[in-house]
Design a binder for this molecule. Structure first.
Ligand code: MF3
Ligand code: CO
Ligand code: CO
Length: 286
């Protein structure tokens, strides 16, 4: 979601962050796992020549087959069942008839509503063999999400999450996009609190058991600045550098964190080969 400050700060003061119980956690587990299964299904589909329209149709059909509804469809005028953000697209890329090409990296972001509850997750997929600098960005971004989630426990603040992410991204000479953030969710798609992917421990909202939100860092190889294309949705890096994102839906528990959208098939991170392949020296005969 977009990072809009003042209005949200006021609601935060008013204590409007919902704390959910065991029944909500059970419902979120169900929505989160179906969303993860949709992303798992796409892993077999992402390859050179496939259009993001075809991916979008597969997400819609998966939702229909499982009595779910894609939350992005008709959301604020958006007309697709997922977002597909390729290479320098940061987020909210709109599926199109353009085929994926060997070497692309694409984020696919799916939100499924199951029995009224939202599971929101995204992953990076490699299209064929990808450049090693692209794989490095995917690894750093994945680690940022894992470090952010590891900071979640009662008494910590949203700033602990942001600091963990920012510290790792910048230590790896990457940058954190500031214009979009994670968000509370549940029976609403985008709710309080905002989860900034940068900041300092102790800032922001204090985490309490029962909070439900996403963490979804967008990390760039170049500068952090983005612009929105004339379609009103597609966010791209201003310097056209490569951008990556991973997203999970989580709940704060009494002791730490529950991740609702982990892949049941172990496909949270792509395992495609990269080039140049260090096992095959460039000078070796064919
Ligand atoms: N799933 C995105 C998120 O992580 C939101 C997409 S809204 C859309 O919050 F309208 F762009 F699809
Ligand atoms: Co989200
Ligand atoms: Co999402």
């Amino acid at each position: 979601m977009t990072n809009s400050g003042a209005e949200n700060a006021a609601r935060r003061q008013a204590g409007t962050i919902k704390l959910h119980g065991a029944e909500a956690f059970a419902a979120m587990r169900k929505a989160g796992q179906l969303t993860a299964q949709a992303l798992d299904m796409l892993a077999a589909m992402v390859r050179p020549g496939v259009t993001t329209d075809a991916i979008d149709r597969a997400v819609f059909e998966f939702a229909m087959d499982h009595k779910a509804f894609p939350a992005t469809l008709y959301y604020h005028g958006y007309t697709r069942s997922c977002c597909t953000s390729i290479n320098h697209v940061v987020c909210h890329g709109i599926p199109s008839d353009k085929p994926l090409r060997e070497g692309d990296v694409v984020n696919i972001d799916v939100t499924l509503i199951v029995d009224g509850w939202h599971g929101d997750a995204s992953r990076m997929y490699a299209v064929g063999e990808i450049p090693r600098r692209a794989m490095r960005l995917l690894e750093v971004t994945y680690e940022c999400l894992e470090l952010g989630m590891a900071a979640v426990k009662p008494g910590a603040t949203t700033g602990h999450i942001g600091e963990a992410i920012q510290r790792h991204a910048e230590a790896e000479r990457c940058s954190v996009v500031r214009d979009f953030c994670g968000h509370g969710l549940g029976q609403l798609f985008h709710d309080e609190p905002n989860i900034l992917h940068y900041g300092r421990a102790g800032e922001g909202v204090t985490l309490k058991p029962g909070m439900l939100f996403t963490i979804e860092p967008m990390i760039n190889l170049g500068r952090p600045h983005v612009k929105i294309l004339s379609d009103g949705w597609t966010a791209v890096t201003r310097d056209r550098s490569l951008s990556a994102q991973f997203e999970h839906t989580i709940g704060v528990t009494e002791t730490g964190v529950e991740v609702f959208t982990r892949s049941p098939a172990g496909l949270d991170f792509p395992d495609q080969p990269t080039f140049p392949n260090p096992a095959v020296p460039a000078s070796s005969p064919a």
